[in-house]
Design a protein around this ligand. Sequence first.
Ligand code: NAP
Length: 293
Amino acid sequence: MILLDGKIAASAIKEKLKTQITQATEKAGRPPHLAAILVGNDGASETYVASKIKNCALTGIKSSLVRLADTVPEYELIEAIKKLNADDHVDGILVQLPLPAHIKEENIISVIAPHKDVDGFHPVNAGKLMLDQKGFIPATPLGIMLLLQHYHIETSGKHAVVIGRSNIVGRPMSVLLSRNNNPGNCTVTLTHSRTKNLPDICRQADIIVAALGKPGFLTSQMVKAGAVIIDVGITRVKDETKLSGYSLKGDVDFASVSQTAGYITPVPGGVGLMTIAALLTNTYEAFLNNTHQ
Ligand code: NAP
């Protein structure tokens, strides 16, 4: 079994980006700028945003954080986004999800200027992905493609099973794996909670992407020998042995599946780190476009 180590792959991507960003910053006379909006103070969201900001600094990207109370009316959040849309020195905008229940996510995402939508959630970017046109690809599926590329995983002609059909992970993942590209050219089965015989379908897979948010869901009985296993799940599970009081669990039962799989990502240390590397890559792309490089 070979570990698909997100730390190694993400570090390589960030090193390369750092050099490219230094050169592009010199040309533009300013660094790339990512603006994040955080609504409320949910613990997991705070951690994700802090990690994104830290990684921006490591690669030479300027970042700024707009904090809004969890009671903020939807129109005020929209105003904050419009202000960032109009600021020529902001290249990328991300609104950390999830948002409080009184705010409709789709109303917010659709306000972000598509050319600054580095999370790739705007309908314009989602449409471009469907049509195989250049646009921003959601960071988690893009990060997984970068990981497959880094480890030279052969995907052409393979059967990939994606578990979960969310707009931010499963569905775009299925599109990317089926594209006529490298990585890509898979025959993809997109599965969800209504799928029948999921264990049988998984046993036929050369590649499985588990993105359902159910800790330890994928067991070795569902995996063909030698398969490539990508674990997207991150769930906080109570753990009294940890100072924080919780540990992070993936959707794959790592202990058993790693005995059967050919390649597998760990949690933590896998897809999460690649997601950040992909976000930085998208921000750099936005900056190049915005500064006409
Ligand atoms: P989501 O929006 O809740 O979607 C979950 C999907 O899984 C749904 O399509 C659901 O099917 C499907 N599903 C649920 N139970 C199932 C079952 N028993 N069998 C088959 N399919 C099932 O979740 P998400 O936002 O895609 O996130 C999924 C996981 O990835 C979560 O743990 C999340 O924290 C993690 N995540 C990690 C990263 C990262 O950077 N590593 C980024 C994003 C998300 P239905 O559509 O039928 O309900």
